[in-house]
Design a binder for this molecule. Structure first.
Ligand code: ATP
Ligand code: MG
Length: 334
């Protein structure tokens, strides 16, 4: 009997709301309820009776930022300085982590969020502006959902922000301090970032990331600049990604490779992945030197892999005046 009830419920859940797994919370033959975080399914009767699937009542959930990249390396001094800025209070409530694209602002902000989460029992409220094309509404709604409120029906942005501020104030009173992180503030999304700022109760520290130094200044933020990784951290990152043995086999070439990409984390990631692929090839040797050479001659295809667009590289801009592919060492051909 119980099996039949469960089958009816799981079919209903699949039909009505997509694949759901639920826990049987009232296992009675005549009356069964299955509940998961989003939906409740209910059967009343002897297993042939009707099933209703409805939205489960919202419950508060933890507010956490996404995890940082698993290979996150270094940045200790920056993380400590940011922690000090956030806990400073008063004039340092708004902190901006500023730096060029690919330098590691998002990764560092996520690492920070992970490290400080314990100090903010009210939660770490994360806003990924590019993900929502700069629209603050989905962010505000997701923050409200964490506070067990569905504000999907609220059309007015100012009302939405006011309501979220009320919810976050109650959350802070009940649970303790909150932290807010807004990732990738750009000039065109400035109003969105300001709306998110207004949705925070007074006194909640806000860290934003931006490429735009002028914008960070204009916002009156305490600006914290992120620049390239120091050579030792760049080397550690390459070793983590490509394997210590690969890098240690050619230490001079590794240093040249890292210097050629300006110790930029994004480029080191590409290089690390490429080295992994090259090291798998039978008879692979001097792969780090080959890759360093490819970077020095701006051979994009050799650096990024066969799918890369060589056309993106300026032809003839290299010292020899050849197309990039002509500089590729023999081991990369074919
Ligand atoms: N310290 C680090 N350790 C390991 N990987 C890193 C580190 N910093 C950045 N990365 C990696 O480098 C890439 C670029 O970093 P990230 O996306 O954080 O840059 P960004 O400064 O936010 O760039 P953008 O301005 O384009 O948003 C990411 O794939 C990230 O995982
Ligand atoms: Mg970013």
């Amino acid at each position: 009997m119980l099996d039949r009830v469960l089958t009816v419920i799981s079919r209903a859940l699949r039909r009505g709301r997509g694949e759901q797994r639920g826990e049987l919370v009232a296992p009675k033959a005549q009356h069964a309820v299955v509940q998961d975080s989003q939906y409740v399914a209910q059967v009343i009767g002897d297993g042939t009776a009707s099933v209703t699937v409805q939205q489960a009542p919202l419950t508060p959930t933890p507010a956490v930022a996404p995890a940082p990249p698993p290979h996150f390396t270094g940045r200790r001094a920056h993380l400590d300085a940011l922690k000090a800025a956030l806990s400073g209070g008063g004039a340092t409530l708004l902190t901006a982590l500023q730096g060029m694209g690919g330098i590691g602002k998002t990764a560092t902000a996520l690492k920070l969020a992970q490290e400080v989460a314990g100090a903010y029992p009210g939660g770490v409220f994360w806003a990924d502006l590019p993900r929502h094309a700069g629209d603050p509404r989905p962010v505000l709604r997701s923050w409200a959902r964490c506070c067990a409120h569905d504000l999907a029906a609220e059309p007015d942005l100012n009302v939405l922000a006011d309501q979220v501020r009320g919810l976050l104030t109650a959350r802070r009173d009940a649970r303790g301090p909150l932290l807010a992180l807004v990732d990738d503030v750009r000039e065109k999304w400035l109003a969105a970032a300001q709306t998110l700022g207004r949705a925070l109760p007074p006194g909640v520290p806000l860290l934003l990331t931006t490429r735009d130094a002028r914008l960070a200044d204009a916002l009156g933020a305490q600006v914290h600049n992120l620049d390239a990784l120091p050579p030792d951290e760049a080397l550690a990152l390459l070793q983590t990604l490509a394997g210590a043995a690969v890098v240690e086999a050619e230490p001079g070439a590794a240093a040249r490779l890292l210097a050629s990409v300006g110790h930029l984390p994004l480029a080191i990631e590409l290089a690390g992945r490429r080295l992994v692929a090259l090291a798998r090839k039978p008879g692979a040797q001097a792969i780090v030197a080959g890759l360093a050479q490819a970077v020095a001659t701006r051979a994009v295809a050799a650096f990024c892999g066969p799918g890369a667009r060589v056309g993106a590289v300026e032809r003839g801009a290299d010292p020899g005046g050849h197309a990039p592919g002509h500089h590729r060492p023999a081991r990369y051909r074919g």
